[in-house]
Write a protein that binds this ligand. Sequence first.
Ligand code: HEC
Ligand code: HEC
Length: 284
Amino acid sequence: MRHIALGCLLMTVAGWLVAGCVPPPKAGQVAESNDPAKKEPALDALFAPPSPESIPGGQRGEQIRLGFKIVANTQEYGQPYAGNKLNCTTCHLDAGLNPNAASFVGLSRLYPEYRARADRQVSLADRINECFERSLNGTALPPDSSKLAAVVAYIDWLSQNVPQGSAVPWRGIPRITSTRPPDAVNGKAVFAKKCVFCHGSDGQGTMAAPPLWGPDSYNIAAGMARVSVAASFIKANMPRGWGWTVTDDEAFDVAAFINSQPRPDFPAKAYDWPKGGKPADAPY
Ligand code: HEC
Ligand code: HEC
């Protein structure tokens, strides 16, 4: 688990992302004991992606810029493949540049790789399509799609400063573990107190934040539909701009509440983990 300080600097690269950006917590507001920043300070130095502000011109630059737009505004540039109201940046915060939210930086050094859920080698393009089908509750882009190539190009470009062979230590979401079974009833109370303000009392989102359940949210086969994944994301990043302020138990409880609410099904889930290895908290 690690926590890399990240201010609003990145956000200013695209004016329309600024709305989602609120100042990072002051030192005193951050949960004291388990802030891992102290343990792995070297990550701050290693995590050195280029800013989308510096995407070059020319044909290659255009492709990278399109990839950035698809990630930051999937609703507009990712059609007709998005099936809900989310954008990639809803979860891959700051257009994939946030090291606490499944960053895209360095992924080009890790793919192709074997994935047990699919039981095959998946390319980076395949992995992007998994999120289109599940997190976006939409459809996979055709293999020869220029939009798919654009997202790959953007991730390649973000990965340029990461050396070949790097293990990409900031990969994924910093994981927390539960000390007791999650309590969705307490989670509902946490939700009312700390989340409703932006996500709405019905969880369907507001001008300030996207939906958390219902027809316009991620489907049950998405990573975020697993309580441990949602809890870890919430711990590090929510409320937006005030990551690391809820306790681990609160994060698990509110994640259990959110993931107990209705959301779209994914019929092809029947083919997941054909050789076993399904995580205990997969909701199917
Ligand atoms: C509802 C949240 C959500 C949305 C929206 C979403 N993703 Fe993901 N994505 C995840 C989660 C969770 C993971 C797994 C992270 C982990 O395992 O720590 C993931 C993983 C990935 C990975 C692999 C990361 C790795 O470390 O190997 C890629 C690539 C990816 N997503 C691309 C996208 C793209 C492109 C979009 C937009 C089309 C998108 N995602 C939208 C939640 C989301
Ligand atoms: C200050 C407003 C705000 C508050 C309060 C807030 N969120 Fe969010 N949340 C957001 C925004 C904005 C996003 C999308 C990220 C982006 O666009 O940068 C988001 C995204 C999410 C996501 C990603 C998946 C999805 O469907 O959107 C989850 C899960 C989430 N929030 C849970 C929570 C929980 C749980 C709480 C309460 C502990 C909370 N949020 C409080 C603004 C907020």
